[in-house]
Design a protein around this ligand. Sequence first.
Ligand code: ADP
Ligand code: MG
Length: 679
Amino acid sequence: MKTAAPFSFPVSASLAARLAKLGLHNEADLLLHLPLRWEDETRLTPIPDLLPGHTAQVDATVTEATVAYRPRRMLTVSVHDGGGNVLGIRFINFYPSHVKLFQPGARFRFVGEVRGGFFGLEMVHPRFTRVDDDTPLATELTPIYPTTAGLGQATLRRLIERTLTAPIADTLPAEWLAELGLPELEASIRLLHQPPLDAGLAELESRRHPAWQRLAFDELLAQQLSLARARQHRRARTTRPLPPHDRLTTAFTAALAFKLTAAQMRAWQEISADLAQSHPMRRLLQGDVGSGKTVVAALACLQAVENGLQAAFMAPTEILAEQHYRKLAAPLGTLGVRCAWVSGSQRKAERSKAWQAIAAGEVDLAFGTHALFQEGGTFARLGLAVVDEQHRFGVGQRLALTEKGDEPHQLMMSATPIPRTLAMSFYADLDVSTIDELPPGRTPVVTKLVSAARRDDVLMRVRAACHDGGQAYWVCPLIEESEKLQLQTAQDTFATLAAQLPDLRIGLVHGRMKPDEKQAVMAAFQAHEIDLLVATTVIEVGVDVPNATLMVIEHAERMGLAQLHQLRGRVGRGSRESACVLLYENPLSELARARLKVIYEHTDGFEIARQDLQLRGPGEILGHRQSGLPMLRFADLERDVALLEQARDYARRCLASHPDIAARHVERWLGSRARLSQT
Ligand code: ADP
Ligand code: MG
């Protein structure tokens, strides 16, 4: 935000403070502080024509004003139209000055919703102004602005009107607007603040009016420009290229028990080529749960090691980091790759020994959680950082990493597929590789929705699956409000199941366990020393035990779609038929019902993510923190897909041949935020 001389007219410190609460720091902000809705104050309604439930504007004269104390303190003003028709006005919040204002004989104009009260028609807390017989009516629709305590509509309107007296420069050339069929910026902003009567209230309110579209386009263009610029900056920086030597990577692929899928090959080649460049890679490897991202990431690490550099493999949970380490350390060790494990469960001495080896360059590949690497020591020569389940980290953290060492290449992985519109808008600074096929021989997971009333049937099913040589997960209900309760529930569930299924070997894993306890349980499950693993959602990400064929999720209605999809992805990893039982408790809310329907009907993560976007909106999917970018105020990624595509095309064109326009536009829309987010 600019700090110097924010307003060209006097604004008191207390007013400035209230404006700041609304994010209004200067005149440009005021211009874009657009109405929530508009009211038609161009007409007066005679009192006899008032209809309950409708908003109306009435001129009337005060008969009397009284303060009542029962049933609660309120100010009642009775007004008349001179022809014997009476209207009641009621204020529950009022000041002594109000009582003085409503003197008998004074004339006012009231705007508000009409209600049928005990004593005839009334308005509660209408807006009002003092009028004479000849006070003119509004000639335009009246804007109603988002506001805050102590800042009235009239004040805001006055400030914005003052700001509107100056011309508003357009950042885009007229011929682009003609091509796009969009109106000029000045006309759009003026229209939204002061729409003429014939502007079309419905179009304005649904934000499909061309004036809104112009603002949405500008906002999307600014976003595309700043992301593209961030990307250009990154491409302009240099780092050590890591060209393929096909030594370790070839040996590793040859030793695999399977052949890479075509999609894995493609993703791997993209990554390999990117690593060979002399600017830092920022690549997102996305692929549905179980699509086999880990081996591709391992190959990337090997390419770094082949070049004599180190790689870091990070996961969001200890369980997952440990699993990666245990799966990869042995096969990589035989290739001469020195692997290390840094864990919160290690004793301090052990951990600092690991860090020492990493710092001395005696370790080629280090595994650990993101938190550990942030707390931790330094790498002798870090060439590549792999971040698994990137959606769990957020962009802020993703950037923090860059500050360690000198510009390692980065590979981020995500199994939460991002719908295309979101990817285009919030991840446009990344390159993306997609694994769009599952390894062969997988039988699709059968999903069952079962009412909690039939829990006993589910127990039978668990027993059968385990007696059949398979293994099962039982996911405890999610209790977001209290970690303590969550723990209690997990322990209770474990005790109940142990009593009900005495013939099975049952284990429990939850988030409050010490890391080494957790590891021990997971290792036992992996080794099939446990048949049924009772777990909280700590097993949500990444856990890979192919012999597990049944997943039971209690209170599935409490979980989000991405979470359900992730959990379900823990089964169906081997060749045996797998099932996921979603236990739900009635009655279901509408949203829960919709979610369960989506997860029941779809197995494709991309489709699920798309539907999730529709149910929740992008803000929630990314979260403010996650996106790391200012949220879109005017554009809507579902409604404005076409505009988004156009914005992307124009951003390219702008950067290629009109850098001046790009600079002007980004400055106008993002100001200092754009300068900050350049990475
Ligand atoms: P995710 O993409 O969810 O991280 P993983 O990398 O954990 O998936 O892989 C899931 C399982 O599939 C693992 O057991 C892995 O060994 C196996 N796998 C990976 N690639 C292939 C392949 N090309 N053919 C057969 N199995 C594979
Ligand atoms: Mg994974």
